[in-house]
Design a protein around this ligand. Structure first.
Ligand SMILES: NC(=O)c1ccc[n+]([C@@H]2O[C@H](COP(=O)([O-])OP(=O)(O)OC[C@H]3O[C@@H](n4cnc5c(N)ncnc54)[C@H](O)[C@@H]3O)[C@@H](O)[C@H]2O)c1
Length: 321
């Protein structure tokens, strides 16, 4: 049995990752400040032992030390999955301190603590937002990174800090660049946003931007599969993979229609004028997932299939609250 530390494990993707590791019979410890994640997400995990939650703000290095002292002693941590970050990109554009604190300092402090406690394996949740605006074809892992949001910038800085730590303390690193991820338990994102807007105003769904933004979406179940596949099959000490569907993505207008049709079929949809949702939003991008396919993992779902499944799931989550 291996012991895994998941930072941000009380959030959307972290809870799914925890479930997958528990299913494999491993021990899971979660560090989360519950700013966006919840105890409920952890209590919902099905396993005999469940995951151990330590409530801690990882951006505060003294608090992080105390948290490590609590769990490291017995029987020690084998692998760290760093998912804690700010997941509200517009909030980070309004106040860059948010991404400095929750997206970068969490990484910085975690690396110092891993060095102190001799933990060598790190898996990192990075993002398509490191690439910035798309000028030519689909982004590959070797393309230039020119982020346009503070969130993307602090994820890129985290990637760089992690790469540097590989020279002095880490032994193995997997960096995963996620696309937009959808599914349960939804804590944020376009589908949850649309459903909640329609709960407040049943007649009209107000959409940020003119609906022409097009992005790739992956269902969280497939994302976790892909992460596990890279963990098992990559033989490099530092690996970097784009993760996503094998299509050009879905229009925001198609997502709005899907939510309206499944949740409030009589509502109208009102679009904004801009061709982006908010400052820092990358309105169009597509990914090359050729490197991941070469390693041997390919998604089964298209972006639209992932959206249709996730809309049904999120509508059910919000209707039962
Ligand atoms: N969901 C997506 O579409 C998506 C896309 C690209 C990358 N990612 C990355 O994947 C990871 C997980 O995202 P998610 O969608 O599950 O978001 P989430 O907000 O549900 O999860 C992030 C978790 O981190 C915790 N957290 C934030 N700041 C913290 C701090 N200072 N100390 C301790 N805990 C803290 C939050 O409470 C939350 O539980 C993040 O790193 C995110 O940037 C997500």
């Amino acid at each position: 049995m291996r012991t895994h530390l998941i930072t941000g494990g009380a959030g959307f993707i972290g809870a799914n990752l925890a479930q997958s590791l528990l299913n494999a019979g491993d021990r899971v410890v979660i560090f989360d400040n519950l700013s966006r994640g919840s105890r409920r997400n952890i209590e919902m995990l099905s396993s005999g032992a469940g995951a151990e939650l330590v409530v801690v703000d990882i951006s505060q290095h003294l608090s992080l030390d105390t948290a490590f002292e609590k769990v490291v002693a017995s029987p020690g941590i084998d692998e760290v999955w760093h998912l804690a970050a700010n997941s509200d990109i517009p909030a980070g554009v309004r106040d860059p301190n948010i991404d400095l604190r929750d997206t970068f300092l969490t990484t910085f402090n975690l690396l110092l603590a891993m060095k102190r406690y001799g933990i060598g394996t790190l898996h990192f949740a990075s993002t398509s937002a490191v690439y910035g605006l798309q000028v030519t074809g689909a982004f590959s892992e070797l393309d230039a990174t020119l982020p346009i949001s503070n969130y993307g910038a602090m994820k890129l800085a985290s990637e760089a800090q992690i790469r540097a730590a590989l020279e002095s303390s880490l032994e193995r690193v997997n960096v995963f660049r996620f696309p937009n991820v959808v599914g349960l338990p939804a804590t944020h994102g376009v589908i949850l946003d649309f459903v909640r807007k329609l709960q407040l105003n049943e007649a009209t769904l107000d959409v940020l931007g003119n609906g022409t933004q097009r992005k790739p979406y992956l269902h969280v179940s497939e994302l976790i599969e892909a992460m596990m596949f890279v963990r098992e099959h990559s033989r490099e000490s530092y690996s970097l993979y784009n993760m996503g569907p094998e299509d050009g993505g879905v229009l925001v207008s198609s997502i709005a229609e899907e939510v309206r049709n499944q949740f409030r079929p009589n509502a109208s949809i009102a679009y904004g004028k801009e061709d982006f949702g908010w400052v820092g939003d990358v309105p169009h991008f597509s990914y090359s997932t050729a490197k991941l396919a070469e390693l041997g993992w390919r998604p089964r779902y298209s972006s639209m299939h992932a959206i249709q499944r996730a809309v049904a799931e999120v509508v059910s989550q919000e209707s039962s609250r």
